[in-house]
Design a protein around this ligand. Structure first.
Ligand code: C2E
Ligand code: CA
Ligand code: CA
Length: 572
């Protein structure tokens, strides 16, 4: 499973700012005179302070808007109390002081005895943990007591920092940083031996910043309640906030936000699943027995599919066991709950972004983040693929209209199936949706799919092409298409399957296949893209072999749309 490459996102694009927080944090001055207001103009408002870069809890997105679990919960609390929420996110090390000075009303934070002496606190909004992170060769530790002569990176004035100060730290050097995510980067650079960071934040940083080789080296430590701390001069807010939290819990709002942001169906207050494990079907099953049935149905379906994969056949009807999942998928499409990640595609020679491929994502309310392989074939079997494709084309092109002009002709690539192209109404709808769209649209169809319906696919192509829509043959090399067919298709792009790319430059046979594919693509007048470019050695090999474009974890992982916009902006 490639869980770390998923770039999970949902149509709620506000959530897309996860990795742009650093930029946003730099761009935003913390205490501008306008926001550091006195009591008078604050009447009727609930002023929320905190870190500008603390996803998924609270952060500023790429447009500088506050978002995250804590932010939405605070919004709901303010709404319940009839107050206007005001968000003043910035430098974490200043947040506690601002709260102490009554410049903000609430700041979400870990509970600690020291903090409780300084601030009135709400009931817990979550239970969370820390862990020690480090290189996988570094010794594992059962507790903080075992740290000796080590350099430990912590966020200044964070809970880890407080815990380390309470400890007898003979020989331990503290490396103090402004942001918890940075503590892991410090270990990766060799500036510290361990990072003591919240588990969710730690895994998030490893995934987002590609800090491969870093792992959790301790069990979950420092179990703490996560609360809203309140300005000392406003203790009367505590019972009001608690009342609102109780109502939000009862109405399921708190749970919904939890599932949405932290990604697991566990009840709030029962753990930090984003920390103890990646949100996954397994975590979901462990958390709630009643989900087992659904998960088993999914597994059974996967096995069935694996058995039939060797001999692709005409789509059959979905089986009864798939019916609930299929119904939910249809509902998710109708309610615009399906999301997508964008994986950038680069010009291998110039290094400039050419566009991105849209990869569908489904954050299932109970089963967690499902992979495309878990539901795309199901949609295909049940003839729901057209609905999904059209939805993604519309949503994708809508998003891409916001892409900044980089001076390059950009395109968005969308995966389609043979069934899609065999449906003339759907082809019409795709053409209609792409009319006047900037950037261009490229449809990716796998070589296997082309071979399944060569006649019908070939029929659709001239119509698409006449409207400027380009065609890429995906997973090229894995599907035995005949030269006759390829010539008939006249694709604009051949996309070499990642199974041939990954073992480069060492595998002689894969190298020969890739070289031959590049030559063939060029002879057909197509540009050639390689997927699965996982490192620099592969990229260099491909440049030398004359490959035009590349895509892969070594270049960029699938990411939220807003993050891709940031990449383009920097290129612009
Ligand atoms: P694909 O079209 O070959 O898409 C690329 C897949 O490779 C993505 O997985 C991507 O995360 C993964 N990938 C990208 N770079 C690397 C790399 O360097 N190494 C490795 N090992 N993997 C890499 P994802 O998102 O799980 O998609 C899986 C497949 O599901 C796609 O394969 C595509 O066939 C299908 N799919 C995804 N989105 C859609 C969609 O919107 N519609 C349809 N019909 N199919 C989709
Ligand atoms: Ca593809
Ligand atoms: Ca592919």
């Amino acid at each position: 499973m490639e869980a770390d490459g998923k770039g999970n996102t949902r149509m709620r694009m506000a959530r897309g700012g996860l990795a742009t927080w650093a930029l946003a944090a730099m761009a935003l001055a913390f205490a501008s005179p306008a926001t550091a207001s006195g009591d008078d103009d604050a009447r009727g408002s609930l002023r929320f302070g905190g870190d500008a870069g603390y996803p998924p809890y609270h952060f500023l997105d790429s447009r500088g808007h506050a978002d995250g679990f804590d932010v939405e919960l605070a919004r709901a609390v303010a709404d319940d109390l009839g107050l206007e929420p005001v968000f003043e996110l910035g430098d974490w090390s200043a947040a506690l002081e601002r709260l102490a000075r009554d410049e903000v009303d609430i700041v979400p934070m870990f509970w600690s005895a020291e903090r409780e002496r300084r601030f009135p606190m709400s009931d817990p909004i979550l239970l969370r943990h820390h862990a020690l992170f480090g290189h996988f060769e570094t010794p594992t530790l059962e507790s903080l007591e075992g740290l000796a002569n080590a350099r430990v990176a912590v966020q200044r004035s964070g809970l880890a920092w407080e815990a380390m100060h309470e400890l007898d730290r003979a020989g331990v050097t503290l490396v103090e940083l402004d942001n918890e995510g940075e503590t892991l980067a410090a270990v990766a650079r060799g500036d510290a031996d361990y990072a003591l960071a919240p588990t969710g934040i730690g895994y998030h940083a490893i995934q987002r910043d590609d800090l491969h080789g870093l792992v959790a080296l301790s069990p979950p430590l420092l179990e703490r309640k996560y609360v809203f701390a309140v300005a000392p001069e406003r203790p009367e807010l505590v019972p009001e906030i608690n009342g609102a939290l109780e109502r939000l819990r009862r109405d399921g709002v708190q749970n919904r936000l939890y599932v949405e942001w932290i990604g697991s169906p566990m009840a709030p207050g029962t753990g930090d699943p984003a920390g103890t494990a990646h949100p996954s079907r397994l975590a979901a099953v462990a958390a709630a027995g009643f989900l087992l049935l659904a998960a088993l149905a999914l597994l059974a379906w996967r096995h069935r599919r694996a058995r039939h994969a060797a001999a692709p056949s005409a789509p059959a009807g979905a089986t009864p066991a798939d019916a609930p999942l299929l119904a939910e998928l249809r509902e998710a499409i109708a309610r615009h709950e399906l999301g997508f990640a964008l994986q950038p595609k680069v010009d291998l020679r110039s290094g400039r972004w050419l566009g991105a491929e849209m990869l569908v994502r489904w954050e299932h309310p109970r089963l967690g983040a499902l992979e495309p392989d878990d539901f795309v074939p199901l949609a295909e079997q049940a003839n729901a693929i057209g609905e999904m494709t059209l939805y993604l084309v519309r949503q994708g092109l809508e998003q891409c209209r916001n892409w900044p002009d980089t001076g390059d002709p950009l395109h968005v690539s969308i995966n389609v199936s043979a069934n899609d192209l065999a449906d003339p109404h759907l082809v019409d709808a795709i053409i209609e949706a792409s009319r006047g769209s900037v950037p261009g649209l490229m449809l990716e169809i796998t070589e296997t799919e082309v071979m399944r319906e060569p006649g019908r696919v070939a029929e659709a192509l001239p119509r698409l092409r006449a409207h400027g829509i380009r065609i890429s043959v995906d997973d090229f090399g894995a599907g035995h298409s005949s030269l006759v067919n390829l010539r008939r298709l006249a694709p604009d792009e051949l996309k070499i399957d990642r199974s041939f790319v990954r073992a480069l430059p060492d595998s002689h046979s894969d190298g020969a296949i890739v070289r031959a594919s590049i030559r063939l693509g060029h002879e057909l007048g197509a540009s050639v893209a390689a997927e699965g470019v996982e490192d620099e050695a592969i990229r260099r090999w491909l440049v030398e072999a004359g490959c035009d474009a590349g895509q892969g974890f070594g270049i960029a992982r699938p990411m939220p749309a807003a993050e891709f916009v940031e990449l383009l902006r920097r290129q612009g």
